[in-house]
Design a binder for this molecule. Sequence first.
Ligand SMILES: Cc1cc2nc3c(=O)[nH]c(=O)nc-3n(C[C@H](O)[C@H](O)[C@H](O)COP(=O)(O)OP(=O)(O)OC[C@H]3O[C@@H](n4cnc5c(N)ncnc54)[C@H](O)[C@@H]3O)c2cc1C
Length: 300
Amino acid sequence: MQWLWQLVQLCEHWLIRRGLCATFWIWTSFHLRWGCREVLYDRTSEGKTYVTGLVMTKATEKQIVKADAYVAACDVPGIHRLLPKPWREWEFFDNIYKLLGVPVVTVQLRFNGWVTEMQDLEASRQLQRAVGLDNLLYSADADFSCFADLALTSPEDYFKEGEGSLIQAVLTPGDPYMPLSNEQVVKNVHEQVLRLFPSANELEMTWSSVVKIGQSLYREAPGMDLFRPDQKTPVSNFFLSGSYTKQDYIDSMEGATLSGRQTSARINEVGPFLHDLRHKVAKTKSEASPGSATDELTFV
Ligand SMILES: Cc1cc2nc3c(=O)[nH]c(=O)nc-3n(C[C@H](O)[C@H](O)[C@H](O)COP(=O)(O)OP(=O)(O)OC[C@H]3O[C@@H](n4cnc5c(N)ncnc54)[C@H](O)[C@@H]3O)c2cc1C
């Protein structure tokens, strides 16, 4: 079945690529697994800053990728590292540094029964089928902000025959948990899970895992929303995307998707400008070394 999965993925990539090309009427290129290390930029004769290329690296390889429009779809720590420091002169870019990545701790606990099944004790003790609360759950009475039984909500990936609940709890902000040992983190979360679901007290925890991320989502706090940047930036051919940018949702998958749609709208708005910029830059270059500009726009 591996080949079938690879085929599905290939089709998905092809559809995404086709979608991007069709949306923007431009040539789109993918440089997978390349990290962007530096944003190269220049100024037009009118003093407008524009990006001239991205320095990309993969292991010991390095290349400069050039396009007409550039989108930085980073997380908060990533965009802090990527933006050229002189751009902080703009309040727009400086504000992004006021958004701080928050530590997140993800804990997974496997049980030999169904933790969130509180009505039918017999069902909660069998291991043939997943039972309980089939949803993402929130509680004000625990240190974790949201949690779910993955074996129940995403059985294809997490249900294991002969095993029970796989509770995933996300601790964010996870600051108090960062210095604790993994054993202590598991102990605290386990105790809180049992407090929320006393009927699971008899169940045995058979496996656990802790993943700590030092800086992840931006720290949401009163007044911070003001610092979330628009997708359009003061640099005419440089755009931002990502769930931390300004959109109607909180930092989430939906937010990330919406930000991407807004970015595409912003790029479309300045299409004629990007076209002119390409010709202006090509003209300046051809005065130095003769060549010709094409009308085909590209973006990275
Ligand atoms: C533990 C956890 C649980 C979550 N649970 C949920 C949930 O249940 N529901 C929900 O809606 N949201 C959830 N979220 C939030 C959600 O995952 C994020 O909001 C979403 O993934 C953000 O998407 P994004 O594309 O903006 O950024 P990301 O998914 O963070 O992608 C940004 C990418 O940019 C890459 N990058 C950064 N700098 C560079 C560079 N210089 N060059 C190349 N690449 C670079 C990063 O490596 C990263 O892969 C959760 C987040 C965490 C951490």
